[in-house]
Design a protein around this ligand. Structure first.
Ligand code: UDP
Length: 140
């Protein structure tokens, strides 16, 4: 087991419904520590850059519009196997397929407005963390 960091985003559907604290409580209850956090209104360019890997997908334009439709909370979570642990806490992309007790099962509105983002690998986590945070903003 290794201590890892992963990037999490609480998406606009969740900030709109004032769910930031409830979502953070789930991370903390499962042993993930919030070692950096800020609330941002993403620009279109920031959202497009973050999701650049999906730029050819049919849902890309809608996804970018959704991600700038309200504030997000970007955060760094730290803990044992944090990348995989967070993916388990989040649940499947489509809330219809998400397991009981996961954030997406309990809170997501749709496959697009699915309340949270979490890095899918340690390699991507490092890239995504650097996209939003300076090293000095992360306090472990
Ligand atoms: N998404 C969407 N429609 C789809 C698939 C994905 O709007 O058919 C959105 C959704 O918000 C998802 C994000 O694009 O969280 C990134 O998709 P990915 O497959 O990377 O899922 P994730 O890693 O977030 O579970």
């Amino acid at each position: 087991m290794a201590t890892e960091r992963t990037l999490s985003i609480i998406k606009p559907d969740a900030t709109r419904r004032n769910l930031t604290g409830q979502i953070n409580a789930r991370f903390e209850a499962k042993g993930l520590r919030i070692v950096a956090q800020k609330r941002l209104q993403l620009t279109k360019a920031q959202a497009e850059g973050f999701y650049a890997v999906h730029s050819e997908r049919p849902f890309f334009n809608d996804l970018v519009a959704f991600m700038i439709s309200g504030p997000v909370v970007v955060q760094v979570l730290e803990g044992e196997n944090a990348v995989a642990a967070n993916r388990e806490i989040m649940g499947a992309t489509n809330p219809a397929n998400a397991a009981e007790g996961t954030i997406r099962k309990d809170f997501a509105e749709s496959i697009e407005a699915n309340s949270v983002h979490g890095s899918d690998s340690a390699e991507n986590a490092a890239i995504e963390i650097a996209y939003f945070f300076a090293q000095t903003e992360i306090v472990g």
